[in-house]
Design a protein. Structure first.
Length: 101
């Protein structure tokens, strides 16, 4: 069963920006997968760093937490750990719900 995650509550002021924000995060996922497949750990770390910053800016704390861990694991060049976080990120993007308030 594919359970939904708790809704991310975003301020109404950001509502027009969220569709593009999520589209950009899906592009980040594809870039992460490509960089990981190439064992390009500097690129993986840069994407993780970007996720860490942008997630919190929009209220997506889980994206920030995953990005932080990706950045740490990339610095250690731990392919398996990065792959696990990329899978967690993909799952989160697939299940995330947004509520506006």
């Amino acid at each position: 069963m594919n359970e939904l995650e708790p809704a991310v509550v975003v301020t109404r002021e950001l509502e027009p920006l969220i569709p593009n924000f999520l589209a950009n995060r899906r592009r980040d996922l594809e870039a992460l997968r490509a960089a990981l497949a190439a064992a390009d750990f500097p690129a993986v770390g840069e994407i993780g760093h970007r996720l860490k910053g942008v997630g919190a800016s929009y209220g997506f704390d889980k994206i920030s937490a995953i990005g932080r861990q990706i950045e740490i694991d990339a610095r250690a060049q731990d392919h398996a750990a990065v792959a696990s976080q990329v899978d967690a990120y993909a799952g989160h993007l697939a299940r995330v719900r947004v509520a506006y308030g």
